[in-house]
Write a protein of this length. Structure first.
Length: 439
């Protein structure tokens, strides 16, 4: 790759935050389009962990290639996890193992085509920074989803369409390195940190169930830090504890959230006073009438019952806000009840770019760009572009790519209330959850 006379890498691999993917993917497309003197055509294929091709707006995995053969592979596995994969290359090797060797396919690289011509032959659609996709491409009934399932080898087949393991040296994160468990003191490596802007989070409630009175559902409009501490501690609390209205007694509020690799979790837990991502939280996963996780496109996209989030107790949850968003948008099966056998309302925390269901105010303040900028709405963190500065980890060409990309990750209408660096009229100390002061 060449920009302003600097040679770029042939290929760059990135991991980390899912909250900033819209702006990140737009920046990658812009960088690949504008390199050198010409305007290049960029093609992309992407998927979610359900192995359905999906637009970069929501995909955790995407691979981009331009018409001179330069490419970028992205696997967004969560902010904290992304820092870990860059700090600890051995961890990355496990996380990106080839599918045939038992690797986690939700954290694998989609392979780069041998040539740009191969991408065209496989019907990889063209993309622009504004996400104008090739006409007529459909998948899962939605116009605009990238690629066609029939154009790729079946996900999970030996060696394809995933690449062999390799070490990424670049990540995005919603959190500072030293706020994560991969802090520079314990791990002996300080990543170069480029602060890009701020990422906003919010609480939302899911659909109204037929057995929940409209008045009770309507009274759930706000979550305080104290409310969330109680909810995270128990996983289910009585709606009355939030609204203070005795008519709401007997209706459960159920928490859905993210795992401990998530910067969204880190930011929300820090802001509400719970602690770090390793602080225990009881969270649930909704199931459809067939017992399938209702966040999955393979489900009926409706909620019938609930189970504790599978995995390590207190640390488990979804690895992408896109899954949480889907649960918030799911319908509720008539007669569905909570694990306590009572009517329920789902509450979840997401990035503004993954807003689903109905947004709630936080401590009585509505989420808006203006309220974030002025410091009255404080449920946000800073977004970071990080890389390993160890000599040899990034070539001069790869570093040139990073330095070009950092100027292209900017606010977009599709990315929630992301605020570019320098756009705030307030500030906080360099740690998540610290006091926000007006400048």
């Amino acid at each position: 790759m060449t920009v302003a006379g600097s040679a770029f890498a042939t290929n760059v691999q990135m991991t980390g935050s899912t909250a900033i993917r819209k702006a990140l993917y737009s920046g990658i497309i812009t960088t690949l389009t504008n390199e050198g003197a010409g305007s290049h055509v960029v093609r992309v294929v992407s998927c979610d962990p359900n192995f359905n091709n999906k637009t970069p707006d929501g995909a955790q995995q995407a691979t981009f290639i331009n018409d001179i053969g330069d490419s970028v592979q992205v696997c967004l596995s969560g902010s904290v996890g992304g820092i870990g994969y860059v700090v600890d290359s051995a961890d990355l090797q496990v996380a990106t193992s080839v599918v045939a060797n038992g690797g986690d396919v939700t954290r694998a690289w989609i392979a780069v085509p041998a040539t740009y011509a191969a991408a065209v032959a496989a019907n990889w659609p063209t993309v622009t920074p504004a996400f104008a996709y090739g006409a007529g491409l459909t998948n899962n009934g939605a116009v605009g989803n990238l690629g066609l399932e029939s154009s790729l080898p079946a996900f999970g087949t030996t060696g394809t369409p995933f690449s062999a393991p390799s070490s990424a040296s670049v990540c995005m994160s919603d959190s500072f390195q030293n706020s994560s468990i991969y802090d520079s003191g314990d791990w002996g490596l300080t990543l170069t940190d480029i602060i890009e802007g701020t990422v906003t989070f919010e609480f939302c409630k899911g659909a109204q169930a037929s057995n929940v009175p409209a008045a009770s559902y309507g009274r759930l409009t706000n979550i305080t830090a104290q409310n969330f501490q109680a909810l995270a501690n128990k996983g289910i609390i009585d709606l009355y504890q939030i609204t203070g209205n005795s008519a709401d007694t007997g209706i459960d509020v159920i928490l859905v959230g993210r795992n401990d690799d998530s910067g969204t979790r880190l930011g929300v837990f820090a802001e509400t006073g719970i602690g770090s991502t390793e602080s225990s939280a009881k969270q649930y996963v909704p199931l459809d009438a067939n017992g399938v996780d209702a966040s999955q496109t393979s489900s009926l996209l409706s909620i019938k019952s609930w189970v504790i989030a599978p995995g390590t107790a207190g640390l488990s949850g979804y690895d992408s806000g896109a899954f949480v968003k889907q649960t918030l948008n799911d319908t509720i099966v008539a007669g569905a009840v909570s694990p306590n056998g009572r009517p329920f309302i789902e509450v979840a925390y997401v990035s503004a770019g993954d807003q689903g269901g109905t947004p709630l105010t936080y401590n009585g303040v509505a989420m808006s760009g203006a309220n974030v900028i002025e410091g009255t709405y404080t449920l946000w963190t800073t977004e970071h572009l990080m890389y390993d500065p160890t000599p040899g980890m990034l070539s001069a060409a790869q570093l040139a790519f990073v330095n070009s990309l950092k100027t292209q990750i900017t606010a977009t209408v599709s990315n929630g209330n992301y605020v570019n660096i320098g756009g705030l009229n307030c500030s906080r100390v360099a740690a998540e959850g610290s006091t926000v002061l007006h400048n």
